[in-house]
Design a protein. Structure first.
Length: 273
């Protein structure tokens, strides 16, 4: 992909994550349209961006436009876009379908729908994406290269059918919140065992980080061990870990997780209406 101009509408957390990743790669010229002046100054100080005062001027200059605003703000943003010819639009808004954008943009707009997650803030995101009816293979390839800026390379983007995107949102888009909630409860429970909060926080977080690091290392090699095998390495028969795992199983932790994901997927679908 040649060094084109990428326009980002919205300079919030995900907008910044994209700017950060693209800035490091130094392959694109990044223009940003952000309504908060303080946020604009922050982004200009930290990254080499070109500030656009309005959406129309950004659209006129950019080859690729990334829509990085909240779903509730999208209608207003799209109403200010008057041309789609020769442009590729990438949305990272949860729940909004490619048809939603095609209907509002008109002119056979080329649309990619993407769902990154919060670890993109440190370049460790995973992004699922899909194409609209007018986007072609070249658009898919270009979008993939851009979205890799949110993660650690080619393995950090996965192409899906659009029918799967609400599930992607429920699993990975919302996923970091599940982890943080589990960690909160883990630390709270550790504190009830007589550990002070500082020590409990360090023990829990470092255990999580180490375990996740082990998973990541194994994920990148061909012989990935099954999770049950990894769990068995810690779970001795009649031991402490087995006692804890029985509590999870008896309280149907698996069903609780399933119900949570179903609720998130349902809400993602509702956002598109």
């Amino acid at each position: 992909m040649k060094k084109n101009i990428i326009g980002i509408i919205g300079g919030g957390n995900m907008g910044e994550a994209l700017i950060m990743g693209l800035y490091k790669l130094k392959k694109w010229v990044v223009h940003v349209c952000e309504s908060n002046p303080e946020r604009v100054e922050f982004l200009k100080t930290g990254y080499k961006i070109i500030d656009e005062q309005d959406i129309s001027s950004l659209i006129a200059k950019a080859d690729v436009i990334i829509l990085a605003v909240k779903p509730q703000e999208m209608e207003s943003v799209l109403g200010q876009i008057k041309t789609t010819e020769g442009k590729l639009f990438i949305s990272i808004a949860a729940g909004l379908t490619t048809k939603y954008f095609e209907d509002r943009l008109g002119g056979k707009a080329k649309v990619i729908r993407a769902m990154p997650n919060l670890p993109a803030l440190i370049g460790e995101g995973i992004t699922g994406y899909c194409k609209g009816q007018f986007a072609d293979e070249r658009d898919i390839g270009n979008a993939g290269l851009i979205l890799e800026a949110l993660g650690g390379g080619p393995g950090s983007v996965i192409l899906f059918e659009e029918s799967q995107m609400d599930a992607v949102t429920a699993v990975s888009g919302s996923g970091p919140a599940y982890v943080f909630f589990f960690v909160e409860e883990w630390i709270r429970a550790a504190s009830t065992l007589g550990l002070n909060e500082k020590d409990a926080r360090v023990l829990v977080c470092e255990t999580l980080i180490g375990s996740a690091g082990l998973l990541k290392k194994l994920l990148r090699v061909s012989k990935f061990e099954e999770f049950k095998t990894l769990r068995a390495k810690v779970t001795s028969k009649g031991g402490t870990t087995e006692a804890a795992m029985k509590v999870f199983e008896e309280n149907n932790f698996g069903k609780l997780m399933e119900d949570a994901l179903v609720a998130a997927k349902k809400r993602a679908k509702e956002l598109s209406k």
